[in-house]
Design a protein. Structure first.
Length: 83
C-alpha cells in the first residue's frame, strides 16, 4: 500500500483543512496517511516550519503544500494510481 506523509503541527487550521481533503481522497484512492508532527524532529522542523501542511510521497516528492488544493491533489493522485 502506498504511504503519503502529512507534515503538520498542532493548532494549524491549514493543516486541519488539508488533512480533511487528504482523508476524503483516501476514500477514492488506496493509500495510507502517516501524520508527522514537525515538532517531533529537528530536521522536519527546519525543513517544513513555514511550509506546512506538506504532503509527500514515499520518495520524498512534495505533492502539495501550504493551502492544499483538492483539485490539484486529486489530479496528482489520479496519475499516481493509474500508472
Amino acid at each position: 500500500m502506498t504511504t503519503l506523509y502529512f507534515y503538520t503541527k498542532n493548532g494549524c487550521p491549514l493543516c486541519d483543512k488539508g488533512l480533511m481533503i487528504l482523508k476524503d481522497l483516501q476514500k477514492k484512492y488506496n493509500f495510507e496517511i502517516q501524520e508527522r508532527d514537525i515538532y517531533t524532529s529537528d530536521e522536519w522542523l527546519e525543513t517544513y516550519q513555514i511550509r506546512i501542511p506538506v504532503i509527500e510521497d514515499a520518495e520524498g516528492i512534495v505533492l502539495d503544500e501550504g493551502i492544499i488544493s483538492n483539485l490539484q491533489l486529486e489530479q496528482i493522485l489520479n496519475k499516481m494510481f493509474t500508472c
